[in-house]
Design a protein around this ligand. Structure first.
Ligand code: BTN
Length: 323
């Protein structure tokens, strides 16, 4: 969106519904009143409801339910994440776009879309991405060794759960990084890494949230095990407010990850874990491990105690609950 349009929206939003004169807006932006009027008409076409009263000015009555960058950025309390947001109405996959653009865009850039035609899930699965959800990818460039990827996955799951808990729902993390409410999946995270030798070049954190999507809209195979924020809260959520909170939490956890001991993150992760204490079956590329999930290590690995009392440390795999 044009910078002047974004700035006009910001001015109208920060006036809290009170009218602002075309003169005042024009002088703030260094443009004429006629130009302000031209932009107001364009902003209306984007779905904003703006009342204009002669000699009084313009007042914002409502904003569209779209994940427009200028809406997310207004009052966003981050210094890195979401400073640059690339918005699309429909894409194949935000992770694919973020991967292509990672070398050209700064760390913290967000790629967000209203829908995805070929949303990608873990292990090659398809990720259903209907309108009303929140589908986005963040480009990160941490200077850490490749083996830290598993830890980043936990960081993302923790941030999502914390942001959701602000809505009053009991969001919990299923290792490694699904977020569940009442045992049903509400968010999936796909972490993709590009590394040279043993050092990470960039990480794409792809986050898919069933926000304002109804359970009945999910395809049949996943319907029973999935839920949405709308279903859990009992009404549609404000996706913009939620997105701001999520980027804030993600940045907080990311700062902790790059500056503090990982054990601090692990203990918070464990406090919100849905998996610890459960009987699990974990499938890795080399074996299947059955037992009780008893902890998470400082490497981000799941600790499983098998029937033979062997403690297995699993760094990556698909986890299913056995009972
Ligand atoms: C999973 O299988 O649980 C991971 C799902 C990840 C989906 C998100 S939606 C935004 C981003 N773009 C993608 O294509 N996938 C991720």
């Amino acid at each position: 969106m044009n910078g002047n349009k974004a700035e006009i929206i910001r001015i109208l939003q920060s006036s809290g519904g009170k009218p602002v004169s075309g003169q005042e807006i024009g002088s703030k932006l260094g443009i004429t009143r006629a130009m302000v009027w031209k932009y107001i008409r364009e902003i209306r076409k984007d779905g904003y409801e703006i009342k204009s009263s002669p000699k009084v000015g313009y007042a914002l009555k409502s904003s569209p339910d779209m994940l427009y960058p200028e809406q997310i950025k207004a009052g966003l309390e981050t210094s890195l994440l979401g400073r640059e947001i690339l918005y699309y109405n429909e894409v194949e996959s935000t992770n694919s776009i973020a991967k292509e653009l990672a070398s050209k865009y700064p760390e913290g850039t967000v790629v967000i879309a209203e829908t995805q035609k070929k949303g990608r899930g873990r292990m090659g699965s398809e990720w259903q991405s209907l309108p009303g959800g929140i589908w986005f990818s963040v480009i990160l460039k941490p200077s850490v060794p490749l083996e830290y990827t598993a830890k980043m996955t936990l960081v993302a799951g923790l941030a999502v759960s914390k942001a959701m808990r602000e809505l009053g729902v009991d969001a919990r993390i299923k290792w490694p990084n699904d977020v569940l409410i009442h045992g049903k999946k509400v968010c999936g995270i796909l972490t993709e890494v590009d590394a040279e030798v043993e050092k990470i070049d960039h990480v794409i954190l792809g986050i898919g949230i069933n926000a304002n999507v109804r359970q009945s809209e999910f395809r049949e195979e996943i319907r029973e095990d999935s839920t949405s924020l709308e279903d859990e809260v009992g009404k549609p959520i404000d996706r913009i407010v939620f997105m701001k909170q999520l980027l804030f939490e993600l940045e907080q956890q990311y700062i902790k990850f790059t500056t503090q001991k990982f054990s601090d993150i692990v203990s918070e992760w464990i406090s919100l874990s849905d998996t610890i204490g459960k009987e699990v079956t974990v499938t890795t590329p080399v074996k299947i491990i059955e037992g009780k999930a008893v902890g998470v290590t400082d490497k981000g690995a799941l600790l499983v105690k098998t029937k033979n009392n062997v403690r297995e440390e699993i760094i990556a795999g698909r986890c299913r609950y056995s009972k």
